[in-house]
Design a protein around this ligand. Structure first.
Ligand SMILES: Cc1cc2nc3c(=O)[nH]c(=O)nc-3n(C[C@H](O)[C@H](O)[C@H](O)COP(=O)(O)OP(=O)(O)OC[C@H]3O[C@@H](n4cnc5c(N)ncnc54)[C@H](O)[C@@H]3O)c2cc1C
Length: 424
């Protein structure tokens, strides 16, 4: 079933891929047709591996088709110095991977001629408080030291770029930008298929078992045998591998898109078309799509009735923050599941020899899962897992998972109060 998102409705239509019937063999099996799986498959096939990719539904069914399309080449909570403190000498490859991840996305789009309304115009993070602006200075110093195209903005500079007043300043990374994520995922799938990836949709893996040196994945009408398997199932993993769903926090995130704004209003806001996410704990985000629809997102506190209630709240917040009393009504509202790690960093989990799961979501997944895919392709080609840029962790269930998965919603009201106090 195709999710009813703005992106599915507006991306160029595609023919789709068949369901798996019969038996296939490959060097690498990838499970999951989101950015992580598609990038892994494309990079492995380009390097000469024979690859099969199985997607349970359609390409971009999961978070990859439901996000905001912000390409953000950094981590949500930690900067290079923090990564160095956490990982020591293992830090530099991960830092370099993130720093170049925006360029990687836009280079792939250009190289393969993907039709996805891509614009590498930058990602802006306005500061909601004095303390957040002090942190912005640090962020610019640390990412700037790596040669990234970053720039500190004073309050006037943020207003000039966004058309919005009230922030204390902020910063921009010009290697970020915006895409139609469904167009991008379909572009990755087509590029993968052109490089030889055998892509199957409507083919959920129902079971995985070790047979000799290989893994055998079973679907309703077929099976795939391969010595190496990447599980790129993210928060949509279900019960496929025992315990994996309890190794991250699943987070439901809502997105909305208004009807197109009149040109006179549109031209006052965000003339450069960047992606904006500010520093509030209860994040305020906005961007436009190619038809001048205004897009924003948010989370819920109570799950009951959230599907109808949260989009209305986001719409009100957009109108208030952007001083748009006549904001056009919503045309699209949808939600998706993201996976969040306790340290907000990407991670690889070796579930068994030859079987790896990769998570690089944490709300920064477009750039980071694409970069993770290139790393996982290196593993498929023989590089040891421990030598990849992304930290390798044991498959461990998070303690008190059932309780802690509620944490984001419990913390949201507290965050909202703290945001308000800090921004005075
Ligand atoms: C609402 C929302 C907004 C977001 N906004 C942004 C943003 O603006 N910028 C950003 O960088 N990141 C954003 N993110 C995060 C980003 O979307 C994700 O990090 C990224 O899409 C994850 O990609 P993935 O390939 O790991 O997983 P997914 O895209 O979730 O793909 C997993 C796939 O695995 C498939 N699957 C599961 N089980 C099986 C099985 N048994 N057999 C076969 N297939 C299976 C699923 O059908 C699914 O297609 C957002 C996330 C959400 C939910």
């Amino acid at each position: 079933m195709t999710p009813r998102t703005l992106w599915h409705a507006t991306a160029a239509p595609v023919a789709g891929f068949p369901a798996l019937k019969g038996a296939e063999e490959a060097d690498l099996l990838v499970i999951g047709g989101g950015f992580a799986g598609l990038s892994t498959a494309l990079h492995a096939a380009e390097a000469g591996q024979s690859v099969v990719l199985l997607e349970a539904e359609r390409i971009a069914h999961g978070a990859s088709g439901r996000n905001a399309g912000f390409v953000v080449p950094n981590f949500a909570k930690v900067d290079p110095d923090g990564i160095r403190a956490l990982l020591g000498e293992r830090a530099e490859p991960l830092i370099r991977m993130a720093a170049g991840s925006g360029d990687l996305v836009f280079d792939l789009i250009q190289r393969h001629g993907m039709s996805c309304d891509a614009a590498q115009v930058g990602w802006i993070q306005p500061s909601h408080s004095i303390a957040a602006f002090a942190k912005a200075k640090e962020r610019v110093r640390q990412w700037g030291d790596l040669g990234r195209p970053v720039e500190l903005l004073d309050a006037q500079g943020v207003t000039l770029l966004t058309g919005v007043e009230g922030w204390r300043g902020g910063w921009i990374d010009r290697s970020g930008g915006v895409i139609n994520p469904v167009g991008y995922a379909r572009g990755l799938a087509r590029a993968g298929a052109a490089a030889g990836v055998r892509v199957f949709e409507g083919s959920p893996v129902l079971g995985l078992e070790k047979v000799g040196a290989d893994w055998v994945a079973r679907t309703l009408a077929g099976q795939v045998r391969a010595p190496k398997v990447v599980m790129a199932t993210n928060a949509y993993v279900g019960a496929l591998w025992p315990g994996l769903a309890r190794s991250f926090f699943p987070l439901r995130v809502f997105q909305v898109a208004t009807r197109p704004l009149p040109l006179a209003v549109r031209s006052r806001l965000l003339p450069g078309g960047q992606a904006v996410s500010d520093t509030r704990r209860n994040l305020f985000t906005f961007r436009f799509d190619a038809q001048n629809r205004l897009i924003s997102g948010g989370m819920h506190i109570l799950s009951l009735g959230a599907g109808a209630r949260v989009p209305r709240v986001i719409h009100r917040r957009l109108a208030q923050f952007l001083s748009l009393p006549d904001l056009p009504p919503l045309e699209f509202a949808w939600s998706g599941m993201a996976s969040v790690m306790p340290d907000f960093l990407p991670r690889l989990v070796e579930l068994a020899p030859g079987l790896v799961a990769g998570f690089a979501c944490n709300g920064r997944g477009i750039a980071l899962t694409t970069a993770m895919g290139r790393e996982l392709a290196d593993w498929a080609l023989g590089k040891p897992l421990a030598d990849l840029a992304i930290p390798l962790r044991k498959a461990e269930e998070l303690p008190f998972h059932a309780l802690s998965r509620m944490a984001p919603n419990v913390l949201l009201p507290i965050s909202m109060i703290r945001d308000r106090l800090e921004s005075r």
